[in-house]
Design a protein around this ligand. Structure first.
Ligand code: ZN
Length: 261
């Protein structure tokens, strides 16, 4: 099983990463993608790919929360481009827009997002997919992607938290959709309903750990890649499938989308 989105570099996981990876593997989670949220964080995630080859993969991007810290866009593009060329780095992002919070300002977020889309449009990165963070910003996120000219099939909308009609719009551009423990929450019926709309070949599972521990362990902090098993079990049950059947499909999707070996 593959946890397609976690943050092994974050407090709660980073200081005991050997145990976190070992516990994941013992639970059947044999590979995980540690997503970079700033250039510095992506360097740390990349270091984990060397420490756990073939088990931990990394991505390189600037999360919208950190868009305000970007001074020179060209310098950030150069840093991300250098990282994206390294073995073990399997995607650009996470990048995108988050309008849940007022800061950073929307135009600041958009500029940093567009700079990363521009990297994806470069021929040397045509093989790399993009990890999208979208919270309450579906219109602008889809518009930025359309304006970039990058094919919709190259994106995953990670941690989907919107309404069923929004998932339809994301599917319509050809993107993949990732679900975290939120899909298991009683308070998020809309997310479970949206998951029903996602064809099996467009579905990815993830933890977004150290956040968002799935039911039945919601109170456990931090979340860890091993708990992606509960996201898989929930979605399998919902679809009337065996867990093995579902994870065979989501593993195949992750391997193909991120080009994992
Ligand atoms: Zn994340």
């Amino acid at each position: 099983m593959i946890d397609t989105h976690c943050h092994l570099t974050y407090a709660g996981l980073a200081e005991r990463v050997d145990a976190v990876v070992a516990d994941a593997r013992a639970a059947g989670v044999d590979r995980m993608i540690s997503v970079g949220t700033t250039p510095e964080d992506a360097v740390a995630a990349h270091a984990l790919t060397e420490r756990f080859p073939g088990v931990v993969y990394a991505t390189a991007g600037v999360h919208p929360h950190y868009a305000g810290k970007v001074g020179d866009l060209f310098a950030v593009q150069a840093a991300l481009a250098g990282l994206a060329a390294r073995p073990g780095v399997v995607a650009l992002g996470e990048m995108g827009l988050d309008y849940y919070y007022d800061e950073p300002a929307k135009d600041v977020q958009r500029r940093v997002f567009e700079a990363q889309l521009e990297l994806m449009a470069r021929p040397e990165f045509a093989h790399l997919p993009g990890v999208i963070h979208n919270r309450e910003a579906t219109d602008d996120t889809l518009a930025a992607i359309a304006a970039s000219g990058v094919a919709g099939q190259r994106f995953v909308f990670h941690c989907f938290t919107g309404q069923p009609d929004e998932v339809e719009r994301i599917l319509a551009i050809g993107a993949m959709v990732g679900f975290t423990g939120i899909v298991t929450f009683n308070s998020a019926k809309n997310v479970a309903d949206a998951s029903d709309r996602v064809p099996l070949d467009r579905l990815l599972i993830e933890t977004d750990s150290p956040y968002l521990t799935p039911a039945p362990h919601r109170k456990v902090r931090p979340n860890e890649p091993k708990y992606v098993t509960h996201v898989a079990a929930f979605l399998a049950e919902r679809r009337g499938m065996a867990v093995d059947e579902l994870t065979a499909a989501t593993d195949r999707n992750a391997e193909g989308f991120f080009g994992l070996d």
